[in-house]
Design a protein around this ligand. Structure first.
Ligand SMILES: CC(C)(COP(=O)(O)OP(=O)(O)OC[C@H]1O[C@@H](n2cnc3c(N)ncnc32)[C@H](O)[C@@H]1OP(=O)(O)O)[C@@H](O)C(=O)NCCC(=O)NCCS
Length: 149
């Protein structure tokens, strides 16, 4: 694996592809590009063959870190990358003096919930029907998870 680094414009298409492979509510190339341009957090992690393995997308609001997306390519899931990427971000945010990390996760997304719980995140609430229905899936609740830095 290469070093985790801040995304540049040239990473956006690869992030978009992994985003589509990971989320039913995928972001557009334009939305991802605008996020990167604005300087909000978009960190990427490439493997030794220069293929995008994982990314992390978040926004700082005052002393809160709002995690929007975390994704690992399907072929490398369950090999510890998600956990290592999150540990990297936790350390980085702690050293910046941020107070808390927050996120919403689908009630059915047990892999993500277990990953966050393994890092010390706790379920602090629920938003009913937060995820809109699509052609392929009904509306779904979001669980709110927090981690005190
Ligand atoms: C959620 C996701 C980022 C996890 O990344 P990952 O690299 O596979 O996770 P890790 O290998 O670091 O797993 C760390 C821990 O999380 C839990 N976990 C991860 N995937 C799991 C799974 N499929 N089933 C059960 N537990 C799982 C386990 O506790 C695991 O520790 P263990 O392997 O020692 O038991 C990845 O599955 C993914 O990209 N999913 C699609 C996008 C997504 O749902 N993102 C989160 C949105 S909030």
């Amino acid at each position: 694996m290469q070093a985790i680094r801040v995304a540049t414009e040239t990473d956006i298409y690869a992030v978009y592809k992994l985003n589509c492979a990971s989320f039913s509510e995928a972001w557009s190339v334009m939305a991802l590009g605008m996020w990167q341009e604005r300087g909000d957090d978009l960190d990427v992690w490439y493997d030794e063959n220069n293929k995008l393995a994982a990314y992390y997308l978040a926004q700082d609001v005052l002393d809160e870190v709002h995690i929007m997306q975390l994704a690992v390519i399907p072929s490398l899931r369950r090999s510890g990358l998600g956990q290592r990427l999150m540990q990297y971000e936790i350390k980085r945010k702690r050293s910046k003096g941020m107070a808390v990390m927050q996120l919403e996760v689908r009630a059915s997304n047990k892999p993500a919930q277990r990953l966050y719980a393994s890092l010390g995140f706790e379920i602090v609430g629920q938003r009913n029907g937060y995820y809109s229905p699509t052609d392929s899936r009904p509306a779904e609740d979001a669980l709110l998870m927090n981690f005190s830095l």
